[in-house]
Design a binder for this molecule. Structure first.
Ligand code: GDP
Length: 194
């Protein structure tokens, strides 16, 4: 078990493979206001509720999905809960994470630059082999777009990341984000570890 990500029952070891059930710690990163909480709410509860904050402190929401071959994946989704400012705490936050979702807002170039900062952080301090997905959220606001999908996709390719644009408001690509991005990478991780 070389990566250390796939063993043990506790949260330190984030992905547990027991026959057909996988448990994955997934961390959300990105500027405040890009829609992280709304993405989680949409995925877990099927709702869009801009007024509700999902998490406080070190708690998380979880959601289990079933794959075609009857494997189930339980995501333990950690939201920063508005603590984006405390960069020094970040390594504690993403320790043990097998997957990460780095979110920006397609109408905010600053948030895209901030996303690149988080990618570098994860490359430096995250688990080796951590699966990273770059997510351009608020894709329903096309008329206010300032980050082109082409630029983001090119950046993601260069950094070995999956890229997708989502809308927590309309639900576009939210399930696809959790099914495709993380799982492709995690499947590779499992095969490498086996
Ligand atoms: P967080 O700070 O990254 O967790 O961001 P929130 O989830 O709290 O969302 C910040 C604001 O963006 C809220 O006012 C949401 O209504 C809005 N928002 C989130 N996702 C979307 C989206 O996909 N489309 C649009 N138009 N607004 C969104």
């Amino acid at each position: 078990r070389s990566s250390g990500l796939l063993s043990g029952p506790n949260l330190e070891n984030s992905a547990v493979f027991d026959a057909k059930n996988l448990r994955v710690k997934l961390v959300l990163l990105g500027d405040s206001g890009v829609g992280k909480s709304c993405i989680v709410l949409r995925f877990v509860r099927g709702q869009f509720d801009p007024t509700s904050k999902v998490t406080v402190g070190a708690s998380f929401l979880s959601q289990t999905i079933a794959l075609q071959d009857s494997t189930t994946v339980k995501f333990e989704i950690w939201d920063t809960a508005g603590q984006e400012r405390y960069a020094a705490l970040a390594p504690l936050y993403y320790r043990g994470a097998a997957a990460s979702v780095i979110v920006y807002d397609i109408t905010s170039i600053e948030s895209f630059h901030k996303a690149q900062y988080w990618v570098k952080e994860l490359q430096k301090h995250g688990n080796p082999g951590i699966v990273m997905a770059l997510v351009g959220n608020k894709a329903d606001l096309q008329e206010n777009r300032t980050v082109s999908a082409g630029d983001a996709s090119e950046y993601a390719d260069k950094n070995g990341m999956f890229f997708i644009e989502t809308s927590a408001k309309t639900a576009d690509n939210i399930n696809q984000l959790f099914e495709a991005s993380t799982l492709n990478g995690l499947t590779e991780l499992l095969q490498r570890d086996a």
